[in-house]
Design a protein around this ligand. Sequence first.
Ligand SMILES: Nc1ncnc2c1ncn2[C@@H]1O[C@H](COP(=O)(O)OP(=O)(O)OP(=O)(O)O)[C@@H](O)[C@H]1O
Length: 747
Amino acid sequence: MTSLLQRSRPSNLVTHSGSVCISCLARLRQQLPGNHATTIAPLPLLPTTALFHSRSNGNATSKFKSSSNSRNPSGGSRQQYDAKSSSSSAPRGHKALKAIVRKPSRMMLSERVARAPPRTSSPPLRSGNKQSKSFDRRPEQAVDTGGGMNRRQFKLRSDDKQQYSRESQQRVRDLKEATSRPSPSRFQQRPAATSSAPAGKHIGEAKDYGEGEKGERRLAAAKLDSEAAVAKKTYTRPPIRRFGQMKHIASLDHVSSRTREITHAAEEQFNSFETFDLLPQTLEALYKDGLSGLEDFAPTPVQSLVIPALLDKNPAPPLKPLPTDPTKYKKPADPLDPDQFYRKDTPPSEPTQPFKTYLIAAETGSGKTLSYVLPLMDTLKRRELHQSSLLAASASTHSKILSQQGSWMFDIPGPPITQDTTVGKPFAVIIVPTSELVFQVGTLLKKLSYTIKLRTEMISKDFSGAVIRSRLFRSSTPDIIVGTPFMLDRITEANPQMLHRTSHIIVDEADSLFDRSFSPLTAPIITRAINLEKLILCSATIPKSLDAYITKKYPACNRLVTANLHAIPRRIQLQVIDVNNNLYRGNKLDACTHLCHQILKDQTEPGYAKRIIIFVNERETTDEVTTRLQESGFNAVSINRDSDSRKILESFTGERENSTAEEEGSRKGGVRILVTTDLASRGVDTKNVKNVILYDVPYTSIDFIHRLGRTGRMGRRGRAWILVDKGSNQEYVKEVRKTMFLGQALI
Ligand SMILES: Nc1ncnc2c1ncn2[C@@H]1O[C@H](COP(=O)(O)OP(=O)(O)OP(=O)(O)O)[C@@H](O)[C@H]1O
């Protein structure tokens, strides 16, 4: 105790009146039992703040005196002392001492901290702790004084906080790096939700440790999400080029890259016609008649895609009986109002169609006709073979029974009583918009059916009623009929049972046949086929209107679309001629005639008579242009209502004629020129036409595609010119040229 008092130098220290002085403390300790002195004597050296009386004025003054050498008079045995002294009567001043002793003071706590083993990291103080909050407000330099436990604690906490903050910031930086990594898809390039969140909010506040951890977890989850999204989006959508003018009259949509992948996979898998598993007679017919005169027999991309999808080896399902109610066949007042599909109040069509629907869409001149004709004929032939094998089996059992019973005269069966229910009931109907196309497709069918042995017939305005009647309603019914919607609608409306056996309906040039003018004729034909199994729509262009129609009417439609749909192949060169230049001075007729002269003279088709197709927007212009060209000595013809268009087109669809050396480049009559509106722009297989002139700028991209599609067919090269004047949309033409040059799809 003496040493304690000596060390404390009480004479130098003062405190306020409410506390106790060191001398009082010494006196108090003297009253303690003897062994207590030994308990409190070996006090450790502690940084402390002592409280002393101010004897001079007795006012309540407090002074914080901190020294690293000062000793704390109290120690770990204070509680012992307190326990012992609580029973003893203490003077008034000592009550305050008791209060200090009972309540753990800062000094006591600091002592504990000082004795505690050094921690590498201490948990931050709880946010609810008032004491810690008060310490938080202290300036940093107060920590260096090392005076009290709380300051130490603050120091420790502060160090930990800094360390934690540093680590967290590093983690945030890492995550930011990971989430903002350049990704293959443009969708991935959007800033990740977490990286945009203020990271400091979670990290900078040490008291929000939980929050910070949560924030980290959120960041980690976002990182995982973004990585999953990258893994999910394996393909990159090509940038969509939407030029101003083209966007303005946009009518077509883009082909997805997924479609491209499917087409390429089909091309790789089915690289020859043998890989399709067609009947031998179908293959023979194809090689002998379908592609006769061609050197290359490989299937085109659309054929690789479509033939396997349409090929059907199943026998025909049993037929549904004809409806007894004749009103079922009656055409509704408004059989197909195209607008109804775009109205919001129109209920969607039944989700389950009784038949399968397919949409074949591929670029012009890519062999779409053969892609649906081959599987159709093959399927019908298979069914015919299956049927005849069944008949043969039943005939053999019948003859067996007869032989077992003995051939009595009266046992011989009589001739079968036939109700000729099959008359005029084709298995398949192909609908095309014009009689020229009826002839073109019908000719191909006839060629193939010669070897396959199926009966095919054509119906169009080119044939008289008597011819059509005999073709349809004679004893042996045709297997396939190809006709225009006008003729087919009239015939099937009068004889609805004609379509009772029809299992396949093909709508070629579907975008035309489902437009406002044709759909009231096309749709009823489809609804009359009550045993329909497959509805196949075919087109080189899918306008948005057709897309919407199919989506609403046939939601389960199987879309077989090739990668280059809506793109004009680069093998077709398009040149723009401005007729406002000094040479023509705005005269389109002059420009057109001069261009035909130039084509005649160039050496592009040596040995052959050249062919040119000129497309105009209005029917009246056809006569104007044809007359002018004829006056200039050219062999020009136009297609109009009165002309025999089939005959005219034959000379453009057939093989090229040779030209003599004298005629070459000099005889204008040697060049065949066809002047036409869009009548000849769809489906006509002008495979040997190399030159196309667009006298007027087409109204839409669809017209552009079909008109330019009359040249450069099936991999051949083609040339096209477009005449533009003051009234033409030159900006649009520029955009089309640019898109063609880039090999992209028109919209
Ligand atoms: N695999 C093939 N190999 C070579 N030529 C083919 C092949 N398939 C079809 N063809 C030929 O390609 C030409 C164009 O075929 P088709 O008329 O069916 O084209 P398309 O895609 O219907 O064109 P459009 O959209 O203009 O109607 C025809 O002369 C046809 O004989």
